[in-house]
Design a protein around this ligand. Sequence first.
Ligand SMILES: [Zn+2]
Length: 224
Amino acid sequence: MSPYVNTHTHHVGEGINVLDVGEGGAWLEDENVRVLAEGQDVFYSVGLHPMKVGQAADEALTVIRETILDERVIAVGECGLDRRSAATMEKQERVLLEQVQLAEKYHKPLIIHCVKAYSELISIRKKSGTSVPWIIHGFNNNEQILAQLLDHGFYISIGAALLNPRSNVFHLIRDIPLERLFLENDDREIEIPVIYEAASCLVGLEEERLKERLWENYKKIFNK
Ligand SMILES: [Zn+2]
């Protein structure tokens, strides 16, 4: 049986967890003593969230540069752009680019948070001449943006929005090629099997087959 892969989470549950540890530091010390239940596997993503980009951004980037050396870190993020952030778009772009360079240096995929800045995001991706995979986490935007993201080679990770019949992704998940799809539960209380079950119904694929396909994606994208 293939494990559940949870591409972006803030709490450990069943299957393979890509746990968001922020910039690392103190967070990671707590993780070192975690006792895992059977069927749980934990890896980390480390990064500076665009809502947290502020005066201390450079210090945070320094901690990230140290944390990324931990062998359990398998991705950079969540990082990205958010129109609601107090930081200017220019500053957010600079901080994102630094993290893109770090991902390139260590050959790790990026986990991207993006709110109302998709055209800027796409142009940064082009400008950076990137070779690592970019995964949009918590995607729930419209058909046009999805088409652009797929055209530009992004991977799409979907979360609890899938459980809401009025959400965009409820209707759009079928438009995402399976080799570009991931699932996650982010900071929600909903356990990852519930999200797989919903996705399996919506794409019309038996849950075990879906798990297999997304596990294949995981091994390829996260160098496992
Ligand atoms: Zn998150």
